[in-house]
Ligand binder design. Sequence first.
Ligand code: SF4
Ligand code: SF4
Length: 413
Amino acid sequence: MQTSISPQLLNNPDIAEADSILRACVHCGFCTATCPTYQLLGSELDSPRGRIYLIKEMLETEQASDKTRLHLDRCLTCRSCETTCPSGVRYGRLIDIGREYVEKKAPRSMLQRLLRKTMLAVIPYTARMSVVLTLARVVRPLLPAQLRKKIPARQHAAAMPTPRHARRMLVLEGCVQPLGTPNTNAAAARVLDRLGISLVSAPNAGCCGALNQHLSDSSGAHAMMRRNIDAWWPYIENGAEAIVMTASGCGLMVKDYVHALKDDAAYADKAARVSALTHDLSEVISGEILIRENPGAFAQVGRGTRVAYQSSCTLQHGQKLGGTVETILRHCGYELVPVADSHLCCGAAGTYTLLQAELSLQLLENKLAALKHGKPEIIASANVGCQMHLASASDLPVKHWIELLENSRNQST
Ligand code: SF4
Ligand code: SF4
C-alpha cells in the first residue's frame, strides 16, 4: 500500500522499517480469517488489516488516540496472520514498533503505567517472582476463584544429571519457568544426557527480554539481551554446541537478538552468533532421535497414550516449526488426537492473561474445548506460558512435551 510518512519521521530507523513493512501489505484481508481477536470480536479494527491501517494512520498523522491504543493492546502478537499472509508482511515487528509509538502519542493513565512498571519490575526477575508466588500461595485460599486458578501448583523437579559428556549445550533457565514448571529443564537435561549431550546453564543469564519487548520497553529488553550474551559468551568460546530453548517464547526472542542488536556496534556480531546457535528443544531432539537415528531411544515410550498437543504460536507462527514436536511424539509411540483450529492462540500470550483477562479467558475456554474433543489422556505444550495457562483451567494433566519422553511409567529404554 502507499504511505506518506514525513521524511523527518522516516529518519528514525524503526519508523523507516515500519514504512517498508506497511508498503508490503496489499490489504487483501486474507489474514483476518486466522486472527483470534477478529474471530472473537468481529471488528475490522481488531483484525491484522485493521491494526495495520491504524498504525499507518498513526505514523502519517503523527497522532494517536486511546482507541488506537486499545486495538493495538488487544493484539496477542500470536503472528497467526504472518503465517497466512501471502505477501510476507512482517506484522510482528510492525506491531512492536506501533506499540512503542502509541505509548508516546497516547500515554496511559497513571494507574495503567504503574501496573505495567510493576510487572516489568517483578516478572522478569526469578527471585522477585519467587517472593510474589510464595505470598500468593499463602493467601491462595482467600482469593477469588478466578485469581486462585492463576497461581500455579508447586511442581516437583527431579534432579538434573551432572554434566559428564564431551558434547555440551547451553540451556536458558528463563524467569518464570524455574518457578512455574521447573521439571521442564530437568527433563530436557535427563533426555539429552541419555543421548550423549550435557546441558549446562550460565548462572548470570536470565529473562530473554520478551516481556519487556512486548510491553514497549525495548531499551530494557536490549539490556537483558546484552546481559545474556555476556553470560553465554565464555561457554560459547569453550565450545558449547548450541543454546537450547525449552520455552518456545524465549526461543523466538533469542533467535531475534541478531535483528534487535544489529545497530549495537559492541554486540551485533555476538548477537548474530548467539541467534545462529539458538535452537528450540524440538529441533535438537528431532536431530538426535530422528535424523541421527539414535539407537531406538525413546521409540516406544508413549505406548499409545493419547495426547492432545497444543502448538504454541511462538513455535508454529514465530519459529515456523509447526509439526516438529508432533513428529517426535508420534515417533515415540504417542497417539496424537486431532485438535481443531490448532493455529489459534490459547490466550496466554505473555502478560495478555493479566492485561486482557476477558479475551484471554474466552480463548482459553475455546482452546481447551478443542484440545479435549478427541478425548486425550494428557495435554502437551512447548511453552511455559501456554502450559501454565492451560493448566489453570484443565482437569487433565498439562505437561511440557519433553516430559513425555522420559515418562517413567512408560519408559522402555
Ligand atoms: S494478508 Fe498480508 S497483505 Fe493481506 S491484508 Fe493481511 S497483512 Fe496485508
Ligand atoms: S498477531 Fe494474532 S491477534 Fe494480532 S493481528 Fe495477528 S493474528 Fe490477530
